[in-house]
Design a protein around this ligand. Sequence first.
Ligand SMILES: Cc1cc2nc3c(=O)[nH]c(=O)nc-3n(C[C@H](O)[C@H](O)[C@H](O)COP(=O)(O)OP(=O)(O)OC[C@H]3O[C@@H](n4cnc5c(N)ncnc54)[C@H](O)[C@@H]3O)c2cc1C
Length: 433
Amino acid sequence: MAEALDRFPNSLWAKTAAAMDASPSLVEDISCDVTIVGAGFTGLRAALALAEAGSRVVVIDAGDVGWGASGRTGGQVNPMLPFNGPDQLQKLLGPTYFERLTDVSLNSADELFALIRRYNIDCDARQHGWLRVDHCQKVREVSWRNAQNWNRFGAGMTQVTGPELLRLSGSPAYQSGILAPKGGAVQPMSLVRGLARASLEAGAQIFGRTAALRLEQSGGPWTVHTQGGRIRSEWVILATNGYSDGLLSGLSRTVMPLVSIQIATDPLSEAQIGAILPDGQTISDTRRVIMYARREPGNQMVFGGMGRQLPSGEIIGFDWLVRDATRIFPRLANVQWKYRWGGCIALTEDRLPHLHEPKKGLIAGLGYNGRGVAMSHVMGRVLAERVLGARPESLPFPISSVRRMPFRSVQMMGMGTAVWWMRLQDRLEVSHG
Ligand SMILES: Cc1cc2nc3c(=O)[nH]c(=O)nc-3n(C[C@H](O)[C@H](O)[C@H](O)COP(=O)(O)OP(=O)(O)OC[C@H]3O[C@@H](n4cnc5c(N)ncnc54)[C@H](O)[C@@H]3O)c2cc1C
């Protein structure tokens, strides 16, 4: 286990998660019905559904269970795609897929919490709602109008302002916001391990420190080559999201990896944490350089935002984040932010999750745009349904081609400047109310 976690030793989730032994590495040639590359939420949700349906499933990960975003995430269960209002989504998708995707995304949190209950996964799951707060007066009206438009499809959101918002958030930085009642939080490393355990019990096999190096199709079946052995199967599912590499040509270029970082405290005294998020909602704001935060049942605070990864692999931006946390929750000015970690979110050009089926027997699901805790579970379920025979045209996600994101390299090169510029715009808007 130590080896898999060494890569992000400063994570609160790694420290407090339900224990799980390291997965063995693959050391021989094997065969199965479905090989899944990636042991995060997407891959393991698919594995669980497939193993329960009687398929012989093998999951491999270059790290181990939860090594990617799933073990590092903010763990906020946000039941929405990152579209402010439904109109834009409707225009993008047309009526059929708009209806299906709206339905699965608005119900994605309920679906995830039901799954956690069904498998009795101990991951501090709580569905107390999500506060999405407006960073300035200018967005208040638009935000509420968009929420009302989503309410036509069952989102059930309400507007919160003034003293009630101050009471719920414990932050003087916001005057208005939206409360999405289906939102919530999980301890993500415990969740991903719980899914792994349920998949193993259903008969799946999981191998860690087993990178898929090459894919080969000979006639019908696929062979996944790894250093320790080959896996032969009828189907291969790629569930590699922001950690996609060159395994399937072009896949990594369909998404732009964006680094999100978090800081967390040890348990704080009542005097220190005071009235921050007393009812247990999660919170995030409408800034371009978003902040998100949560209060843990043991009075630990977790605060997240955007960071950057240097070519050396080092992740930076934590000092900014500490300053931001203090600005938003002034009473946290003197606390120690002992835990610091980060990981990769996968952005797509159209901000939609993508389902690809580039060849017979090969499918991929990725691109959750920072809203993957709930949506990756929907995607994993849908990938499994496709393997089990669902017709492509019946799925909630349209099957799209593996298409390179335009100007991706330029955008990645300019990321540092772009973040600086967005931060400045946010600040100006905040200071002008
Ligand atoms: C810091 C952070 C905060 C976030 N906060 C939130 C949040 O609060 N709410 C929310 O909804 N979403 C959030 N997200 C996004 C969400 O966590 C992800 O969308 C989701 O976890 C993606 O799950 P996944 O299983 O698709 O991918 P991952 O969990 O990233 O798993 C991909 C796996 O593929 C493996 N892999 C890649 N290539 C290979 C290969 N060739 N061979 C073998 N294995 C391979 C990797 O090792 C990795 O473990 C956050 C993400 C980050 C990084």
